[in-house]
Design a protein around this ligand. Structure first.
Ligand code: MG
Length: 503
């Protein structure tokens, strides 16, 4: 069919441009000299503009009109064809982009690069006022974008939809409300415990050379396909896709705390396995992408927390680890090690938080974003509101803004509506793992033996291969038999931490 060849070609060009932008972004975070940011911002804005033109090319509209496509939610779930899935996602992309002027798209791209650079500077100087003027400009642009695209009930719907497509604020709040209370109860029960878990042995010198070998080893256990992917270093670990057979992950080594790089690497490897597992028939199409950031994060969390921070894995692998670092672990038993890497405490830094209180960090950011977009607070009020929220939820206060409001990169990238997907990832991961455990006999034994083939295969078959073919909610239902249900995550936490803390 003519339309199909034409549109597939256009779609392909959009994806090729997106991957080209991803290379520039990857380079910016890994090897680019700091002063190169000015032209890099221009390069990215230019490509973004070209990409915009292709997304809103009139041929799309002609095709959608001639086929009577006007609502992304009217596509079937059962019996969905490849063409329908492709048109649904292209239409979604078109609708959002066509609402925006090219000027606005390029202004956001440019401002994002600049805000990001100012954020890095401000974080280093622990000085929010360096960043605030740029954040204010970016916030105004993001708000303008959301207003222009439009939303059903709340402006937050428009923000969230960029990261968790098809989910509304109302649906998200329902999910969060269901687990917020039980989560806080468990957290405070643990904080009330008299005795702390010893963990000093994790904060010792760990040779980076050995850490590098260890990371390579764990990626080999996962059969990480190095012919289609790379591991590099960056300030903050991330994953980015440059092509169907080119997924980049990064990690960050800490000389006195080996868990940071180890768990960071397996986290990003989980993201990468997802991208690498998408069916090749979707190569260079709008479908060849994670279905939502929440589901994407579920793939990283499942490996990082459920598998690699789990008891089975260390029962199998701890003897090897203690041979690699004999000095550090000479008087440490596996159960002590397991408890130490899962120790719960109120903390200031999200990315260093335990898997339980991590979600409280997310809820704080989510609530602040809602207030910001509702106009209750302004960008200049953020540090104060942030500190108060930490005091109220976790009982601690940052001593400076770099361990407070400046710690995360997201807002400097205009990524408002993004944070909730981290907690969604935790919720999805527990539900997926629950089902996988029913389907794979001796799963825990496999983990203890570092045999991950069946798990990777299960995830490939049930999640990865589809890319954006199904909507996230339909995919979850298909893979696990029910809608997203926070009870799986709470059951998982209660069981794991109940045992660790003897509750
Ligand atoms: Mg992640």
């Amino acid at each position: 069919m003519k339309w199909r060849d034409d549109l597939r070609q256009l779609d392909k060009e959009i994806v090729l441009l997106a991957h080209s932008m991803a290379i520039l972004g990857w380079d910016q975070e890994t090897y680019m000299p700091r002063k190169a940011i000015g032209e890099r911002a221009e390069q990215l804005a230019l490509l973004q503009g070209i990409c915009h033109d292709k997304i809103v090319d009139p041929r799309w509209q002609d095709a959608f009109e001639s086929m009577g496509i006007e609502d992304v939610n009217r596509f079937p779930v059962e019996g969905l064809s490849d063409d329908q899935a492709l048109l649904r996602e292209a239409f979604r992309r078109y609708q959002k982009e066509a609402a925006l002027s090219k000027d606005l798209v390029m202004a956001i791209s440019r401002q994002t690069s600049l805000s990001q650079a100012k954020w890095a500077e401000a974080k280093k100087a622990r000085n929010y006022s360096i960043f605030e003027p740029e954040l204010k400009k970016l916030f105004a642009l993001v708000k303008e974008k959301a207003e222009t695209i439009g939303y059903q009930e709340n402006i937050y719907d428009a923000l969230l939809d960029d990261y968790e497509p098809y989910m509304t604020l109302k649906e998200l709040e329902k999910v969060f409300d269901d687990f917020k209370g039980p989560l806080k109860d468990l957290f405070f029960k643990i904080c009330d415990q008299k005795s702390d878990i010893p963990h000093d042995f994790l904060h010792l010198p760990f040779s980076v050379e050995k850490q590098k070998k260890l990371n390579k080893e764990v990626l080999n256990q996962l059969k990480f396909p190095f012919e289609r992917a790379r591991l590099d270093e960056s300030e903050h670990p991330f994953t980015t896709t440059l092509g169907m057979d080119d997924v980049r992950i990064t990690t960050h080594f800490h000389e006195e705390y080996f868990p940071a790089a180890f768990f960071g690497t397996v986290h990003e490897a989980g993201h990468a396995l997802y991208e690498l597992g998408i069916d090749s028939r979707w190569a260079e199409s709008v479908i060849a992408d994670g279905v939502s950031l929440g589901v994407h994060e579920s793939q990283s969390r499942l490996w990082e927390n459920i598998v690699f921070r789990g008891k089975s894995y260390w029962q199998g692998y701890y003897p090897e680890l203690s041979k690699i670092y004999p000095e550090n672990f000479k008087d440490v038993r596996v159960d002590q090690f397991y408890k130490a890497i899962n120790r719960v405490e109120p903390s200031l830094i999200r990315i260093e938080a335990d898997e339980l209180s991590y979600n409280l960090h997310i809820i704080i950011r989510f609530e602040l974003e809602k207030r910001l977009f509702a106009g209750d607070i302004d960008t200049k009020d953020l540090p104060e509101a942030w500190n108060k929220a930490y005091k109220d939820s976790l009982g601690i206060m940052p001593s400076h803004n770099s361990e407070g409001v400046l710690q995360d990169i997201h807002w400097s990238m205009g990524a408002f509506g993004y944070f909730p997907t981290y907690s969604l990832g935790n919720l999805y991961s527990a539900q997926i793992y629950h089902k996988m455990k029913q389907d794979i006999s001796d799963l825990e034994q496999d983990i203890a033996n570092r045999k991950f083939d069946k798990m990777v295969q299960w995830l490939g078959q049930n999640i990865h291969q589809y890319g954006k073919f199904y909507r996230a909610k339909d995919l979850m239902k298909k893979a696990t038999g029910e809608d997203l249900n926070p009870k799986y995550f709470m059951n998982y936490l209660n069981q794991k931490f109940g045992e660790i803390y003897g509750l």
